[in-house]
Write a protein that binds this ligand. Structure first.
Ligand code: SIN
Length: 550
């Protein structure tokens, strides 16, 4: 099984520009969500930490998380039950040892977040309120501010970083590329700081280790729940540095994203699964509750099952959305429990207290990413990955709801411990460095359109091949002076091409990967991981390994 012969992503290599300034740290953390800031807060005990973030500290995906953080904290719940639900949702592709770490270390990690100052919702007794989301057989999701969990977690982490003056932060800085040492290890980053002062423009930071915690790649599609910063930068730069990525074809489409009209582009408002966890249900254009009979958990089936059922119903009825009925909550409950979603609906002219909410699936989460071991190490020495940028093995073919913030927390702690016990050596940079030819920023909408049309919830061979050819032509024809928008466009095209290659290679339907031309689910021959890397000329290549044979 191989990549796409005859297509190329980044065929042009240029000599890297000389940075205008150089700084030093032990660890550079790229990204400032739960994974990045948790890593920074723990790694600072053992060395100088520099956090680089593309916008301000709070602009990433974490603050948009609504549902919460899943952990076995409720009466009668156990990590073993959380493990079972995670494995079932993952459709046979989770790495069980990684999931065991997640569910066993999760409860303690959540308590540490509380000690740090996070104010989760509690009852008057002080006990944590727990809710339920798709695929969970227990109420085990802690939340804050009703449906503003991510915002509260981000607030607490940013406050902790501000109280840790030994952590250096550079905001409004795009990491361009990873600096290689002569032996192929990573020895620093080049970055473009969009500010003023002594660290403005293109510079470099030399370090022992780089932790990629730069989030996902939702912007590869035209509409997504992800913020504008989620352009797959970490995954793309890891690929350029020679790292292997895994399970990239498994892009999760959230079933219930507020439908704002056919032409809506960019970040769209999420309508949390917790709403269904607390009694709301889906209906089609004829008012039928179509999830009953599809799965024993009905509206609370794992996310991929619900997204597929919605897509089928939309096709059958020729409709562009279905409806979510949460009128049973009443105004008071809406205000107390889901204030963010209530406000978003009302902002768009829908009153969910009295009206049905129009919803449709949209790109939400990359279950795959840069392949890591249980300590967050990638295949490139000195390079770690954490959170959505990583593929630690906990999500398999479809992430269980509210396991993402938990993954960031648990694996950030493990990375910091690994850096403390076995710090990578500081290596001299390679004498000669190359940088990719850059795509024009203007190519981004066309790439997003191709991906949405051909690599969304439903995929087939012809569409995937056509999209790969079109994007390769777009990239080949565009040449751009180095500026941050061009690097983002290049990163987006790179992850798009790798996603297309893996989606094309996986000839089965499993989890969030749905092939119309291979509709039978969970083909035993495909019970394994697809890994991808860029060859010498920047073309994606894929390899398949059955589970346990990597
Ligand atoms: C949601 O609140 O529905 C999203 C939670 C998640 O993506 O884990």
């Amino acid at each position: 099984m191989s990549g796409l012969p005859g297509t190329s992503t980044l065929p042009r290599l240029l000599r890297a520009p000389s940075p205008g300034w150089t700084a030093h740290a032990d660890v550079v953390v790229v990204g400032s969500g739960i994974a990045g800031l948790t890593t920074a807060l723990r790694a600072r005990e053992h060395g100088r930490v520099l956090v680089v973030t593309k916008d301000n500290l709070s602009a990433g995906s974490t603050r948009w998380a609504q549902g919460g953080i899943a952990a076995a904290l409720g009466p009668g719940d156990t990590p073993e039950q959380h493990l079972t639900d995670t494995l079932v949702a993952g459709a046979g592709l989770c790495e069980e040892d990684a999931v065991r770490l997640l569910v066993n270390e999760g409860p303690h990690a959540v308590h540490e977040l509380i000690e740090l100052g996070t104010r989760f919702d509690t009852f008057s007794t002080g006990d944590l309120q727990l809710t339920r989301e798709g695929g969970h057989h227990r109420d085990r999701v802690v939340h804050a501010g009703g449906d503003a969990t991510g915002a509260e977690v981000q607030r607490a982490l940013v406050a902790a970083v501000h109280n840790a003056p030994d952590i250096e932060v550079i905001e409004h800085a795009l990491v361009l590329d990873l600096m290689p040492a002569a032996d192929g290890a990573v020895t620093g980053v080049t970055l473009h700081v969009m500010g003023e002062g002594e660290r403005d423009g293109v510079g470099s930071v030399r370090c022992r280790a780089v932790v990629l915690a730069s989030g996902g790649m939702g912007q590869v599609y035209s509409s997504t729940t992800n913020p504008a910063v989620s352009t797959g930068d970490g995954i793309a730069m890891a690929l350029r540095a020679g790292a292997v990525v895994r399970d990239v074809e498994f892009v999760q489409f959230h079933p219930t994203v507020l439908w704002l009209g056919a032409g809506s582009r960019g970040q769209q408002p999420l309508v949390s699964e917790a709403i269904r966890g607390e009694g709301a249900f889906l209906v089609d254009q004829q008012g039928e509750r179509f999830m009953q009979g599809v799965h024993e958990m009905a509206d609370l089936a794992p996310r991929d099952v619900v997204a597929k059922a919605i897509m089928r119903r939309m096709r059958e009825h020729g409709s562009e959305h279905v409806w979510l009925d949460a009128r049973g909550f009443g105004e008071e409950r809406w205000r107390a429990r889901f204030p963010t979603i209530l406000a978003a609906c009302r902002e768009h002219g829908i009153d969910p207290v009295h009206e049905l909410i129009p919803v449709a699936p949209a790109c939400h989460y990359a279950s795959g990413g840069v392949a890591t071991d249980l300590d967050g190490r990638t295949t490139v020495p000195g390079l770690y990955a954490c959170g959505e940028a990583a593929c630690s093995g906990v999500h398999g073919a479809n992430r269980l709801a509210s396991n993402s913030l938990l993954e960031g927390l648990v694996f950030a702690r493990r990375i910091a411990a690994d850096l403390a016990s076995d710090p990578p050596a500081l290596r001299p940079p390679a004498a000669e460095r190359r940088t990719p030819g850059l795509s024009a920023a203007s190519t981004m909408p066309a790439v997003q359109r191709q991906m949405t049309d051909s690599a969304g919830v439903l995929r087939n061979q012809d569409g995937l091949e056509r999209a790969a050819k079109t994007i390769a032509d777009l990239v080949a024809d565009s040449d751009e002076v180095p500026r941050t928008e061009a690097w983002e466009a290049t990163n987006l095209a790179t992850v798009a091409m790798v996603l297309l290659a893996t989606a094309r290679a996986r000839e089965e339907t499993r989890g969030s990967h749905w092939r119309e031309d291979f509709p039978d689910p969970d083909d035993a021959r495909w019970a394994g991981h697809l890994s991808a890397f860029l060859d010498e000329s920047g073309r994606p290549q894929t390899t398949f390994a059955p589970l346990g044979e990597e």
